[in-house]
Design a protein around this ligand. Structure first.
Ligand SMILES: [Zn+2]
Length: 280
């Protein structure tokens, strides 16, 4: 079985604010390797090989005021993934509060090669349904992504980075998005962990185009968070969230996930087939 890690962060760390970089790297023994990986795909491919990962989705998004990432992330991740287009999937983003022409920015990202978009409500300080309350750029992002068939990942759950607005991570606001953009494929990152798993589970079952990933949940605890995970196996993506704080190794996470005793057909879907459907 080929394995896709549908949620890793290979990002331009040189754009990060110092306090954010400190949170990202605190207590890690592999910072030198990570610094090389952020600059060079060959280092990442070696790491993926060592960890038994065939494909990975490289999650990026702009967040100039909280994290430091600018709109250059799209160019960065698109270029980076050209080193191995069969293995690396570039995910970028457009910031609804820092764009004049959101639809044009989405098109430009797609032209660069970006294959999915991320909305990070906690790091963008934007509720996923803020287009209902006047944020027209957010509506334009969803509309254009739907038209171009780009899946949109929405971070759900808390965040520990300085300045992060965890309240915006509540999944239920994505209910509006799923209703208003029925052909848009949504991925609820992290399944709402650790506060809102029931909401995420509901949304995944309720809407045909709503998926979720299990990244950043300690794999050994996933079935405590989602006892009925196997029931939604065709809507779940495996992911690690490496190298976010607390996520030491893609390989260890994968081993732990495989050891959960999930039915083999469910495992194949979550580790491989679902990701190939969303990111062909
Ligand atoms: Zn993440």
């Amino acid at each position: 079985m080929a394995v896709t890690d549908a949620h890793i962060h290979v990002q331009p760390w040189w754009e990060l604010k110092p306090a954010v970089l400190e949170t990202m790297t605190r207590g890690r023994a592999d910072v030198d390797e990570l610094q090389k990986i952020m600059k060079s795909p060959s280092h990442l491919l070696r790491r993926l090989d060592a960890d038994g990962i065939d494909r990975a989705v490289l999650v990026n998004y702009p967040s100039p005021d909280l994290m430091g990432f600018t709109s250059r992330v799209n160019q960065y991740v698109a270029e980076y993934c050209k080193a191995a287009p069969d293995r690396l999937v570039p995910m970028g983003g457009v910031h609804p509060r820092f764009t004049e022409d959101a639809a044009a920015e989405v098109r430009k990202a797609a032209e660069l090669g970006v294959r999915a978009l991320k909305i990070h409500p906690c790091h963008m300080a934007v509720e996923p349904n803020a287009y209902l309350h006047g944020l027209d750029t957010l509506r334009a992002i969803y509309e254009e992504a739907q038209r171009l068939r780009l899946p949109v990942m929405i971070h759900t759950g808390t965040s520990v980075f300085p300045g992060a607005r965890s309240r915006a991570g509540e999944p239920m606001a994505a209910d509006d998005v799923a209703v208003d953009f029925p052909d848009l494929r949504l991925i609820l990152a992290h399944g709402g962990r650790p506060l809102w798993m029931e909401q995420a589970f509901f949304l995944v079952r309720r809407f045909p185009n709503v998926f979720m990933d299990v990244s950043s949940i300690p794999p050994k605890a996933i079935l405590k968070y989602f006892p009925r995970l196997a029931e939604i196996a065709d809507k779940v993506l495996y992911g690690s969230d490496w190298p976010a704080p607390g996520v030491k190794s893609m390989g260890t996470n994968l081993d732990d996930f495989r050891s959960l005793g999930l039915p083999p057909d469910a495992l194949v879907r979550m580790l491989d087939t679902n990701a190939r459907r969303l990111f062909p």
